[in-house]
Design a protein around this ligand. Structure first.
Ligand SMILES: C[S@@+](CC[C@H](N)C(=O)[O-])C[C@H]1O[C@@H](n2cnc3c(N)ncnc32)[C@H](O)[C@@H]1O
Length: 492
């Protein structure tokens, strides 16, 4: 790796757990398997396939004779998917005392005792293939969030950190909130691993992780983005897009960060089982409106234009009804007297919805209850409706949220917000007196035919894809704001 710095013989071996690890190995292997799936979401334990590991090591520059004498850590090493490949590469390149070098230059941290035991065994097997036996591995069984002794010492930090959303952090919540990258929004443990990884890097070190790509534009990712920009860290990005590298319902990217690099551009790749180089981007190409965007330069220019010029007041795009009890309020057999036709925006299908409102206001219960059929209909569901998360319990017979209610008297158009291409769009003309649920709707004085043509277009589909809000099955989603921006841009 260009610019990598080695610090031979510097670190004290703080906690060599390899002996303990071997003792526990038998118990470990017996206990393995059942708890793996349940643990997965709480500990972020999803292991990386070898092919992907090799691609990441290549992108990071952990290859060739230059890796000899370079310190490397995987700070959430699991059972050693990365460290196994790292040790193999190191063994191939080393011309010196292999056992001593492996002890001096390869490091792992892992919180899970069973996983680290398997890691030790894997590394033993690998080293033995190259004639190195009884290596005292620097494998630390610890919570990486409280490991500071490696700070500033690693030439490479490589791995696949745990992804654990804020609501599953449990005991780690307070620890995570102490980190700059973990403070805001719906944070995730992987963001904090970027921070501790950067802390561990030496002056010219390189970090490469495969992790969720949500930091490109999330509120939680803002502090991380700022650091990347301020320190010119972003060397390469491989956006995996819809590609699922392992069984985890997340959308990932391989990100290579490099300290003190000479270049100011970022190599951008897409992925189809292998990274495919798309473009080399300057920061001003890819960073705008407080978010990272990765496309080829031409598409980036178009996206930037839409996002910056798409302001105005010709269109209102809103969310439909949120009853918080659709199975009660909506269906073909609700009482006719107090119901209106509604369309489900996601499917374009019509049905009926109990609508206890007049002039945008909830009708008093005493008045509604004069209708015997309605009284009976509500009667059986009172407890259930009261249990919804509503602010005013006296309004138990109304919708959970007020959105969409005032626009019932207006003409509007429902639209689904999940598409692969423009053929997937479902626009439904909803006359006054009808409602929309399960998606978005548009209200505008611009003639429908005109803006429909703008939307049912390859350009709109390309815009939605470029926002990169991935959904399973190759779909993309978009928000009411995204749609409004495009419409205002098209009719500016
Ligand atoms: C996504 S897995 C990746 C493991 C391995 N790097 C790989 O690629 O196969 C993340 C690992 O982080 C570990 N982990 C979770 N929280 C941790 C923490 N606070 N400190 C160290 N390791 C942790 C999990 O036990 C799991 O083995």
């Amino acid at each position: 790796m260009e610019g990598g710095r080695s610090r031979k013989g510097g670190l004290p071996r703080v906690f060599d757990v390899s002996e303990i690890v071997r003792e526990n190995l038998d118990i470990t292997l017996r206990k393995e398997s059942t708890s793996d799936k349940t643990d997965c979401k709480n500990t972020g334990r999803v292991y990386t396939p070898r092919r992907v590991v090799d691609q990441i090591l290549d992108l990071a520059g952990y290859r060739g004779p230059g890796i000899v004498g370079k310190r490397v850590v995987d700070n959430s090493c699991g059972d050693g998917a990365f460290l196994g490949a790292i040790v193999e590469r190191y063994c191939r390149e080393s011309r010196g005392n292999l056992k001593r070098e492996l002890e001096e230059f390869v490091f792992g941290i892992e919180i899970d005792e069973r996983a680290i035991a398997r890691c030790a065994e894997r590394l033993d097997e690998m080293a033995a293939r190259f004639g190195a036996r009884d290596v005292r591995w620097n494998l630390l069984r610890a919570n990486a969030l409280s490991v500071e002794q490696y700070d500033g010492t690693m030439d490479f930090v490589l791995g696949n950190p745990p992804y654990v959303r804020v609501h599953r952090l449990g005991d780690s919540f307070d620890a995570v909130k102490r980190f700059k990258f973990g403070r805001r929004g719906m944070t995730d443990l992987y963001l904090v691993f970027y921070e501790i990884g950067l802390n561990m890097l030496s002056e010219n070190g390189t970090l490469a992780y495969i992790a969720p790509s949500s930091f490109f534009n999330s509120v939680a990712g803002e502090a991380f983005r700022t650091r990347i920009v301020e320190d010119n860290l972003l060397a390469s990005v491989v956006d995996l897009g819809h590609y699922q590298a392992f069984k985890a319902a997340t959308y990932n990217a391989i990100v290579v960060l490099q300290k003190n690099r000479a270049a100011s551009t970022t190599k951008y790749y897409e992925y189809d089982g292998e990274p495919r180089r798309v473009d080399e981007l300057a920061l001003e190409d890819l960073y705008f409106q407080n978010a990272f965007h990765f496309l080829n330069r031409e598409d980036l220019r178009e996206l930037k234009e839409i996002l910056t010029l798409g302001v105005g007041d010709k269109f209102e795009v809103k969310n439909g009804f949120a009853t918080l009890a659709d199975s009660f309020f909506i269906g073909d057999s609700v009482p006719l007297s107090r119901s209106i036709p509604v369309v489900k925006a996601s499917t374009g299908k019509w049905t009926r919805c109990v609508f206890p409102y007049e002039n945008g206001k909830l009708v008093p219960w005493e008045e509604l209850a004069r209708d015997a059929e309605l009284r009976v209909f509500y009667g059986s569901a009172k407890q259930r409706l009261k249990k919804r998360s509503i602010t005013n319990r006296d309004e138990w017979y109304g919708f959970g949220r007020s959105q969409g209610i005032v626009d019932v008297p207006k003409r509007k158009f429902s639209i689904n917000s999940l598409l692969r291409d423009e053929k997937d769009l479902k626009l439904v003309d909803c006359p006054p007196g009808t409602g929309v649920y399960g998606g978005l709707y548009v209200v505008s004085d611009v003639p429908f035919d005109e803006w429909r043509n703008a939307l049912v277009s390859e350009r709109f589909a390309r815009y939605v894809a470029s926002l990169k809000k991935y959904k399973s099955g190759g779909y993309y989603t978009f928000s009411s704001k995204d749609l409004k921006t495009f419409l205002e841009y098209s009719f500016r």
